[in-house]
Design a protein around this ligand. Structure first.
Ligand SMILES: Nc1ncnc2c1ncn2[C@@H]1O[C@H](COP(=O)(O)OP(=O)(O)OP(=O)(O)O)[C@@H](O)[C@H]1O
Ligand SMILES: [Mg+2]
Length: 321
């Protein structure tokens, strides 16, 4: 299948619905919310979480646009294309986002532009356009630090940073050392987010609601889990994010890409994957993330744990690390 053209008509009938007021993502009066999946470390689950969140929001009746800012790799684009192909070949009515790809091969926005920084104006215009007509615009960032990904941060109403549940990944948020682990200072990605918050504040935008999402949680390593949890708890207040017990390590998250399915689709007739207990638990994990984005209280204690989530609070907190 070809890459999606920049101005392709929406494949999703819901996508034409006017956006509801209240978002802050763009400059339009009724702008939808912009949700950015970002973490400059590769392979932490950004694209997987993005696709599951998109489908969760669609199933909740929201109109959703998506932008693949990792245009070169194009994982989210491929996921959406696989979903469209599978729905067509199996005759399924799977909901799709209004999807765009930035900086990919010919046919995508900014194709042929080697410098990510040069894609910022075009990306801004795309976000504004999509946010004016959708409830949510979900952006998937590359797993590297580049000017476009950094710019996307400053456009986020909600920033979701998946991290593998280990101190290796926590190292991106803060330098942690010693036994028991202590927070020694800020680290590279929290610095980047802080700068994004400052740029956004200067532009008059609302504070970024930063959600750190624990991914690949292990059912076995409870000691590590507790320590990472305690460190996150400490960091949340100091850096200014809320954190969520995200997804456990589950084979199913790796199995559905080729059909473009998510764990939320498994009950669909024709999906062809028998539902088991692990899948049911995985669906709850996705709903918890969607609830955090929709700002609904999840029924259990594992709703997002809130640190200082406003940009004004972030500066002294970060400086104090
Ligand atoms: N909870 C999970 N359980 C099992 N596998 C997972 C889980 N989350 C992600 N994966 C798998 O980990 C790999 C990396 O995930 P993904 O591509 O979503 O990460 P990413 O952060 O988008 O990577 P990149 O930085 O390269 O864009 C994929 O093979 C994905 O299927
Ligand atoms: Mg990715």
């Amino acid at each position: 299948m070809n890459d999606l053209p920049t101005d392709s008509p929406s494949p999703n009938p819901d996508a034409a619905r006017p956006a509801r007021p209240g978002g802050t993502g763009g400059t339009g009066v009724n702008a939808g919310k912009t949700v950015v999946l970002g973490n400059e470390k590769g392979g932490t689950g950004k694209s997987t979480a993005a696709m599951h969140l998109i489908v969760a929001l669609l199933r909740d009746g929201r109109s959703v646009a998506s932008i693949d800012l990792d245009g070169h790799q194009g994982t989210l684009t491929r996921y959406v294309e696989n979903r469209r192909s599978f729905a067509e070949s199996e005759g399924l009515r799977l909901q799709l986002p209004d999807h765009r790809r930035v900086g990919g091969p010919a046919g995508s926005a900014g194709s042929g532009t080697a410098d990510p920084a040069a894609l910022r104006p075009e990306t801004d215009a795309l976000i504004d356009r999509l946010a004016a007509t959708h409830d949510y615009v979900v952006l998937d960032c590359p797993g590297t630090d580049n000017a476009l990904a950094r710019h996307a941060l400053s456009r986020a109403d909600i920033l979701i940073t998946p991290i593998n549940d280990s101190f290796v990944d926590l190292d991106l948020l803060a330098r942690v050392g010693g036994t028991p682990p202590r927070v020694l200072g800020p680290s590279v990605y929290s610095q980047t987010v802080w700068e994004g918050r400052q740029r956004r504040a200067m532009g008059g935008g609302r504070p970024i609601d930063w959600i750190v999402l624990r991914n690949r949680l292990s059912p076995l390593d409870s000691r590590n889990k507790k320590r990472v949890g305690a460190t996150l708890e400490e960091l949340a207040g100091r850096i200014g994010f809320r954190w969520l017990d995200g997804f456990h390590e589950r084979v199913i998250f790796r199995q559905l890409f080729l059909q473009g399915l998510t764990v939320l689709d498994l009950r669909e007739d024709g999906a062809g994957v028998p539902l088991n207990m692990s899948h049911v638990a995985a669906r709850q994990e996705i709903r918890r993330l969607a609830d955090a984005v929709l700002e609904r209280q999840a029924g259990d204690a594992a709703g997002a744990r809130t640190g200082t989530a406003d940009s004004e609070g972030a500066e002294p907190a970060l400086a104090g690390l």
